[in-house]
Design a binder for this molecule. Structure first.
Ligand code: G6P
Length: 608
């Protein structure tokens, strides 16, 4: 979603801000803009589309400004156009603001301001806030921001500068993340760490309801009510290398091929093969409560929701604990019934998804223990849950989630085994699962070797506009994830569902040449899946199967077979999803789609 970068220091701000915006491109955006404090006042430049369009209209000799703010916008209020892009200014044009989030009461505020003679040039809620700050300004920017925010309802991460205070940058947050990178005589703020890592590895994470006032000599943090807050400076966990493409053409490819390593990182130090034990320090304190829980609710959105569906199978199968998975957006509003025995587990790559965060808050309010399975260290969900387990899979830049998904599966499998051992799981079976987990990274490498084969298969199918993905048991959520990947980045319409569900409607769609992907490794429901394949074939569908290495039977039925090594059923999704990620990736490349920046999508959905 929208991205914020701000700079105050002694270097030229323009290049730093533009570079920062490029690092945030992956979040998704439709326009971009920059405000620089020049001698004559604030110069705002905005452009629709890519950041290079903005660069193209900035003065080529560059600006000498050493203070500025910049933004990538993902339209919420008002169409994506130059006029609506950020930064927005107050009526005098001497204060500029960038904003992530939504000002919910902007209509009321706008009417109030209009009555005072204030006029507006955009359709945005952000401009209302900029104008309001201008109205509150009496020579002290920090105070003006504070006064204005008191009247605001909604969510925001903001950065503000004033032409009358050339040594001041004010930032504030409520609901939208902001990080302050601490340099030597300079500060760079960003809506995520990717914007700052090139300059510093030291960062301060602002919490909800906090403000920061930065000058070239230092910064102070307060609550919105001006109470001083002391913040720790943290080391940012990831390096520049991790957010650069390296030898890969796309971040998605990099992240797909990184999975042997990212999974090894997720598993590292957490598996005790000899004892069949799992060590999860992050939730150690709550292991007893978890083992006595009566019900687990996984809550998430998107790909993380699919991981939750697999978690449901893992927890019921291995830990014998009732589990359900809920879209956070539904859970938060349906007044969920939560009792003492309920534990909520929020799954989120970014740790910033607005609905998932709200679901955590709702569950906590009703007394549930809330745990997080999160990738982004220090993110809001990581901080607001009672405890949690980090994925440690490294930053994920590609909008379509891949390596975070497999790491989520690995964490959920570890949780289920650990919990199972405290309940009904035998040591023998636990040992088998833990041992199998240790082999997963190498087995993922083996599956990845089929990438070229997958590309040739996809070449023969890529012109088809409708695909089905079918699986049973543990592989039903994998089918859904395969369909989501394909539609997200190649814009091919795809549906994923339990294989048996096909007969209740979707079978009507199957016609000559329609690609149907079956996730059909060996397992208790294998024969039933073969039956479903026959049904598709007899209607002219073109069957692609993901099957267990050495399966000769399925070759008779499927046109193409992609193989995965044999693993215990609960761990199959870790391998069966890999060919599906590659199908989506190759389809998008073959169709000339922008793999890392798919249209209309955002990496992190921080508004409802
Ligand atoms: C967006 C992203 C998806 C992601 C979902 C949940 O839709 O495009 O890739 O799965 O949000 O994000 P989270 O950061 O909470 O896992």
């Amino acid at each position: 979603m929208c991205g914020i970068v701000g700079y105050i220091g002694h270097k030229k701000a323009q290049a730093i801000l533009i570079e920062g915006l490029k690092r945030l491109e992956y979040r998704g955006y439709d326009s971009a803009g920059i405000a620089l404090l020049e001698n004559e006042g604030i110069a705002v430049t905005r452009a629709i589309g890519r950041i290079m369009n903005l660069e193209a209209i900035l003065p080529t000799e560059g600006s000498k400004a050493t203070l500025g703010i910049a933004h990538t916008r993902w339209a919420t209020h008002g169409a994506p156009c130059e006029r609506n892009a950020h930064p927005h200014c107050d009526q005098s044009g001497r204060i500029a603001l960038v904003h992530n989030g939504i000002i919910e009461n902007y209509r009321t505020l706008k009417t109030f301001l209009e009555r005072q003679g204030i006029t507006f040039v955009s359709d945005t809620d952000t401009e209302v806030l900029a104008r309001l700050i201008g109205q509150c300004y009496r020579g002290n920017l920090e105070q003006a921001v504070r006064d204005a925010l008191h009247d605001v309802q909604g969510t925001y991460g903001i950065a503000v500068i004033s032409a009358d205070e050339p040594d001041c940058l004010v930032a504030a947050r409520k609901g939208s993340p902001l990080i302050i990178g601490v340099g030597d005589g300079e500060y760079i703020i960003g809506s995520d760490a990717a914007a700052i890592v090139e300059h510093t590895a030291q960062a301060v994470y602002l919490s909800d309801g906090e403000m920061a006032t930065l000058t070239r000599d230092g910064f102070r943090t307060t609550t919105l009510d001006a109470i001083p807050v002391t913040k720790d400076v943290h080391a940012v966990e990831f390096s520049l290398e991790e957010i650069e493409l390296g030898e890969h053409e796309h971040f998605m490819a990099k992240e797909i091929f990184e999975q042997p390593q990212s999974l090894a990182n997720t598993l590292r130090g957490r598996l005790d093969v000899r004892e069949g034990q799992i060590v999860l320090g992050g939730i150690a304190e709550h292991a007893r409560t978890l083992a006595r829980a009566k019900r687990i609710i996984f809550t998430a959105q998107g790909t993380a929701w699919h991981a939750g569906l697999v978690g449901e199978y893992l927890f019921e199968d291995i830990a014998k604990l009732p589990a359900e998975t809920e879209y956070a957006s539904e859970f938060r509003y349906r007044n969920p019934l939560i009792d003492d025995g309920t534990v909520i587990i929020a799954i989120s790559q970014s740790g910033e998804t607005a609905d998932t965060l709200a679901a955590v808050r709702e569950a906590k309010l009703k007394g549930a223990l809330a745990l997080g399975v999160v990738n982004s260290v220090g993110s809001t969900i990581a901080r607001e849950t009672d405890a949690g387990i980090y994925l440690h899979c490294g930053p994920e830049i590609g909008v379509a989630s891949t390596k975070a998904f497999t790491s989520q599966l690995a964490v959920l499998a570890m949780m289920a085994i650990q919990l199972g051992r405290r309940r009904f799981l035998s040591q023998q079976f636990a040992e088998r699962l833990v041992d199998a987990l240790t082999r997963i990274p190498d087995q993922v490498s083996e599956v990845l070797e089929q990438s070229d084969t997958i590309r040739s298969v996809v070449e023969t199918l890529v012109d088809r506009e409708n695909w089905l993905f079918l699986g049973r048991g543990y592989n039903y959520p994998v089918a859904m994830e395969g369909a989501l990947k394909l539609k997200e980045i190649s814009y091919i319409h795809a549906e994923g569902m339990p294989a048996a569900e096909m007969k209740h409607g979707p079978i009507a769609l199957i016609n000559q040449g329609m690609p149907v992907v079956f996730i059909a490794p060996h397992g208790p429901q294998y024969d039933k899946v073969l039956g479903n394949i026959e049904e598709v074939r007899s209607r002219g569908g073109r069957v692609l199967a993901v099957a267990t290495k050495g399966d000769t039977e399925i070759v008779r039925l499927a046109e193409h077979v992609l193989y995965v090594p044999d693993v215990p059923e609960p761990l199959q999704p870790l391998l069966t999803v890999i060919p599906l990620q590659l199908i989506a990736y190759h389809a998008a490349v073959l169709r000339d789609c922008n793999v890392d920046k798919p249209r209309n999508l955002a990496k992190s959905v921080t508004v409802e």
